[in-house]
Design a protein around this ligand. Structure first.
Ligand SMILES: Nc1ncnc2c1ncn2[C@@H]1O[C@H](COP(=O)(O)OP(=O)(O)OP(=O)(O)O)[C@@H](O)[C@H]1O
Ligand SMILES: [Mg+2]
Length: 497
């Protein structure tokens, strides 16, 4: 038995447009198979067919040599195919343990037993997650761990991970990759979608690259280099790279737009002070969970009010304290969320309608009405600036690929014409080509005089976009440096020690 999954001449169309077409693709037991490609290439859709979310429009899917046609994800799971989705799929109002054993309600009755069992299981996987915690209180990384644990618990023979590592700390990543190698040793087949190309080449046995819904390259990981993958992905050589900061002269300090003094919040932010200046990009580096998101959310009024303990926030010297985002937006502060599915957009509306909502919320539209033609103009304009790719203008946000959703979230924030804009992990889930575009856009905003903050856990990104770098550790800004003086080692040292 050398293949467990086989697609033969397979296509999937939505409203007559192909998400992927005429695909031949195999997965073998005991291998890690990386699936790569630009945003909208068709990766998630292909794996969603394997896991029972969608059915093929044409062609065949074989599992264990037999043709299958799963009607639902639970059908696929019963056969032994589990998928950890790009956007988390857990039930927020339930605890970690309840999510882990979802569908096995008979053991729900013994709550204590359930929690003990869950704790043992999680510890065994090297995950530090409290089984009694409600999932809605968990950060992205921990949610991801619960999903991974769920797939493992179901003893799946094929496990598909859609961008699993984007939210993990280096330490958690190590655990995750160890876990993968344990799984494949037991004969499990792993399909692994990622935009972190070096990582993919390191851990994968085989690599398949998709472009515009077709497979353009496939083979042993050892036979690929980062460059050959990128070239296959985009069909040309990408000359721009992320690393280019050292030669760049940092932008000078403009007016002090924001100053935060002794901010404390819910034990996550502890007596933190920092300032942000106009016409500059301030990078905020820290490990996942360091408290960067919470600092940003307090500033932008996106944090629950009862969690705010104390400190002073000044915008252009004036003391402010926002309890909801709207007045912050009116004063020119916009926070671009890391958790796009939860609070980035309205998922049943189109991209154009979402952009229009961005426009309405800055009070610039004198009519305050939603018009179809305006939505169209906005999409045409921003869509071409950010190379938005969607099947049609009528597609709802949930029908867009993950990276394209992120682009809409960014565009929507820019339409609000902020004076201070805070990007939280702006390129998570975005492909190599689009990352360069988003970085360029961030750079232009600073050139136009905007105060820009970029929160990122990805060091090359911080070095590529920042003029000034703040390092955050355990709820506090612990170090500040200009990019010219910064090195990866220096920043990492400050973030960890
Ligand atoms: N339910 C749907 N309805 C309509 N179009 C869809 C649907 N799901 C996906 N598509 C479209 O199919 C194409 C492929 O999307 P897919 O999500 O597979 O891309 P991807 O390779 O996973 O991209 P990313 O890296 O951004 O996650 C996109 O153009 C997307 O808009
Ligand atoms: Mg995807």
């Amino acid at each position: 038995m050398d293949t467990i999954i086989e697609f033969k001449n397979a296509s999937k169309t939505f409203g007559g447009v192909a998400a992927f077409k005429k695909v031949d693709f195999t997965v073998k037991p005991g291998e890690i198979h990386a699936l790569l490609g630009e945003n909208g290439a068709g990766k998630s859709t292909l794996t969603k067919v394997m896991s029972g979310v969608y059915r093929l429009t044409e062609g065949k899917l074989l599992f264990d040599g037999r043709e299958v046609d799963f009607g639902s994800p639970s059908d696929a799971l019963k056969s032994g195919i589990a998928m950890v989705f790009q956007e988390t799929n857990l039930v927020p109002a339930m605890t970690v343990a309840q999510n882990l054993y979802l569908g096995e309600e008979k053991i729900f009755n013994r709550l204590r037993g359930l929690n003990i069992q869950a704790r043992q299981f999680l510890v065994g996987m090297g995950f530090q997650v409290d089984p009694t915690a409600q999932v809605s209180t968990l950060g992205a990384a921990h949610k991801q761990m619960v999903e991974i644990a769920r797939a493992v618990h179901h003893k799946a023979r094929v496990i598909i991970f859609d961008e699993p590592t984007a939210t993990l700390t280096p330490e958690e990543k190590r655990h995750f990759f160890n876990l993968l190698s344990r799984l494949v040793k037991q004969g499990v087949a792993v399909v692994f979608i990622t935009h972190a190309l070096e990582e993919a080449l390191q851990v994968a046995d085989r690599v398949t690259v998709m472009r515009d819904g077709e497979i353009v390259a496939s083979g042993k990981a050892a036979d690929f280099t980062r460059n050959s993958v990128v070239q296959a992905m985009v069909g040309r050589n990408l000359t721009e790279t992320l690393h280019g900061s050292a030669q760049r002269t940092p932008r000078p300090y403009g007016e002090k737009v924001l100053s935060v003094e002794n901010l404390s919040c819910a034990g996550l932010v502890r007596n933190s002070s920092f300032s942000v200046f106009a016409g500059q990009v301030t990078g905020m580096f820290g490990l996942v969970g360091a408290g960067r998101t919470e600092m940003a959310k307090v500033v932008a009024g996106a944090m629950k009010r009862d969690l705010f303990h104390g400190g002073e926030i000044r915008l252009f010297g004036k003391s402010v304290r926002y309890r909801v985002p709207r007045p912050a937006v009116m004063d020119g502060i916009v926070y671009v969320t890391e958790d796009r599915k939860l609070d980035g957009f309205f998922e049943t509306m189109t991209a154009g309608q979402n952009l229009q909502i961005g426009e309405l919320s800055n009070g610039d539209n004198p009519f305050s009405i939603v018009s179809l033609s305006r939505a169209k103009d906005l999409v045409a304009d921003w869509g071409s600036r950010l190379k938005l790719k969607q099947i049609s203008d009528k597609a709802r946000m949930i029908e867009l690929s993950g990276g394209n959703q992120q682009k809409v979230v960014i565009a929507k924030s820019l339409i609000q014409k902020p004076k201070l804009i805070i990007f939280d992990e702006p390129t998570r889930g975005v492909d190599v080509g689009a990352i360069v575009e988003i970085h360029q856009l961030i750079s232009e905003l600073a050139d136009q005089g905007m105060a820009v903050v970029v929160i990122s856990s990805y060091l090359p990104e911080i070095l590529a976009v920042s003029d000034r770098i703040l390092v955050v550790k355990r709820g506090r800004v612990v170090e500040e440096m200009m990019v010219a003086d910064a090195t990866e080692e220096k920043i990492m040292f400050a973030a960890v020690h």
